[in-house]
Design a binder for this molecule. Sequence first.
Ligand SMILES: Nc1ncnc2c1ncn2[C@@H]1O[C@H](COP(=O)(O)OP(=O)(O)OP(=O)(O)O)[C@@H](O)[C@H]1O
Ligand SMILES: [Mg+2]
Length: 334
Amino acid sequence: MIHGFRVRIMNNSPLLSIRNLTITFPQPGGKTVYPVVCGLDLDLYSGQTMGLAGESGSGKSLSALAILGMVPNPGSVSGSIKFRGQELIGLSTPEYQSLRGSKIAIVFQDPSTALNPVLTIEEQLVETLLQHKTLTRTEARCQAIESLKKVDIPSPEKRLGNYPHQLSGGMKQRVLIAMALSCEPDILILDEPTTALDVTIQAQILDIVELIQRMNNTSILLISHDLSIISEISDSMSVMYSGYRVESGKTETIINSPKHPYTSGLIHSIPKLNEYKTRLSTIPGSQPNPAERPGGCPFHPRCSNVIQACRIQYPDYIIENEHGFACWNPKDSV
Ligand SMILES: Nc1ncnc2c1ncn2[C@@H]1O[C@H](COP(=O)(O)OP(=O)(O)OP(=O)(O)O)[C@@H](O)[C@H]1O
Ligand SMILES: [Mg+2]
C-alpha cells in the first residue's frame, strides 16, 4: 500500500556521491569479465532517505558493498565514490575500517547470519562500541542499553543477556539497526531491512527507521525490491535493472509518473488495498544473467514499449526537472 510522501529540502552538495560505479566479475572459468553494476550514478544528501529499488540480481547489494569497500573477490570496482568530497575507492583496509560503522554503517541483507550465534547481544553490542569509541566497559554497556531503547526493544537490560537464537526475526533486525546506529554514523545503509518480516513488524521497523532518521538527521540508503516500502519512507529513489540505473528522482514523482516501462511495471505489481484483483500484475519474463545481457537496452525483451532503437543501443540517461531516466520510448504517465 502506498502511503503519504515525504518531501524535504536538500542543501546543494551531496554527502555521498557515486559516479560511473562499475563492478565486474570474471566469467567462471574464462578470461573475460562481465559487469554486474554498470556505470551507476547516485547522490545521497544529508538527512535524506533514498530508496534503491530493483528486482533480485539488479546489483543493489553489490553497489552498497562497494561504498564500504566490501565487494567480494574476485570482483573489481571502478568509478568514483566520494564521501564528504573524499574519494573512497582505493582506500587502504585500515582507512576503510575507520570509516565503517562510525561514518557509514550497514545492516546486511540477511539478519539471521549477521549476528554471531555464540555471543550474547551484550557482547556484540559492547564490542562494536568499544571498537569505535573510547569508553569503559560499563559506559559501553549503558550506551548499548540506550541503543536498544531507541529501537523500541522492551526490557533492554534483560535482552542484553540473550543469544541471537532467543530473539524473533523482528527483534534481531532491531538489534542490528541498534548496533549500526550505536556509533552515530552519518549514513545508514539498510539492505532489505524488512524482507523476512511479517507486515505488522515491517511497519514497526519502518516507523523506527523514520524516527531515528528524524531524531539524528542520519542519511539513509534504503535498499528494497519492494516499491511500497521505498515509497513509504524515502524522499528520493533510484531504480536498477540488470546493473543499470534506469530511473531516478523524487519518490513522489516517480511513483505518480514513472518514465521507464520497467518502473511502471514494478509500480503496477504493488498490491493495492482498495482494488480487487484475482492475480497481481507481473512483468513477463525475467532479468537476464549479467553475463548474457541482450544488446541495446537489457530490458527490451520484456518491454511493452519496445521500439527498434531499444534493440540496438543503450539509451542515454536524460534528466529533466531532477527526474532522470534511460529509455528510448518512455511513458508519459502511468
Ligand atoms: N560474489 C559474486 N560473484 C559473481 N557474481 C556475483 C557475486 N555477488 C553477486 N553477483 C552477481 O551480481 C549481480 C548483482 O547481485 P546483487 O547481490 O547486488 O543483487 P541484488 O540487487 O542485491 O539482488 P537481491 O534483491 O536478490 O538481493 C547478480 O547477478 C549476482 O548473481
Ligand atoms: Mg541484495
